[in-house]
Design a protein around this ligand. Structure first.
Ligand code: FES
Ligand code: FES
Length: 163
């Protein structure tokens, strides 16, 4: 959570989902907190805040990164994509639709991080094996689903080649 300590702020430009945002941040503020509390992008969830759960995963220059392990100042000038940026204005992406169809979420807390990770996986490897999917998602924890339905959803999108 961002608390303004009255400390020194620095101006940065964050490029998020194709848009530039010029904001002042304290150097200690995390990217995850700035996305949520300064830019209002609450699709990026924060669970553990220590790099373990993967709920806060965003793409930084196309690579999945934990936004709770990165200071906002470190993300300045880089291309950040959040789950909002992967969601079409008029509905769901094929990955999101597959999650819905396969009941690959229950509480949904892990889902944004899962979706972001899966997007990067399918971009790099459009036809992953079940093992490769499980490996790619090994840093995204889900306490509800038991993972099988998530894997099924990813296999389905990969098979349809609709991403
Ligand atoms: S909140 Fe970032 S990894 Fe858990
Ligand atoms: S759906 Fe609840 S943590 Fe994954």
């Amino acid at each position: 959570m961002i608390e303004n300590s009255g400390g020194k702020t620095v101006p940065i430009t964050l490029k998020v989902n194709g848009q530039s945002y010029s904001i002042d941040v304290e150097p200690r503020w995390l990217l995850s907190d700035v996305l949520r509390h300064r830019l209002g992008m609450t699709g990026t969830h924060v669970g553990c805040e220590q790099g373990v759960c993967g709920a806060c995963t965003v793409l930084v220059d196309g690579k999945p990164e934990r936004s709770c392990l990165m200071f906002a100042v470190q993300a300045a000038g880089r291309e950040i994509t959040t789950v909002e940026g992967l969601t079409p204005a008029d509905g769901l992406s094929p990955v999101q639709e597959a999650f819905q169809n396969h009941h690959a979420l229950q509480c949904g807390f892990c889902t944004p991080g899962m979706v972001v990770t899966v997007e990067a996986l399918l971009r790099d490897n459009p036809h992953p094996s079940e093992e490769q999917i499980r490996e790619a998602l090994s840093g995204n924890l889900c306490r509800c689903t038991g993972y099988q339905f998530i894997v099924d959803a990813v296999l389905d999108v990969a098979q349809k080649g609709v991403r």
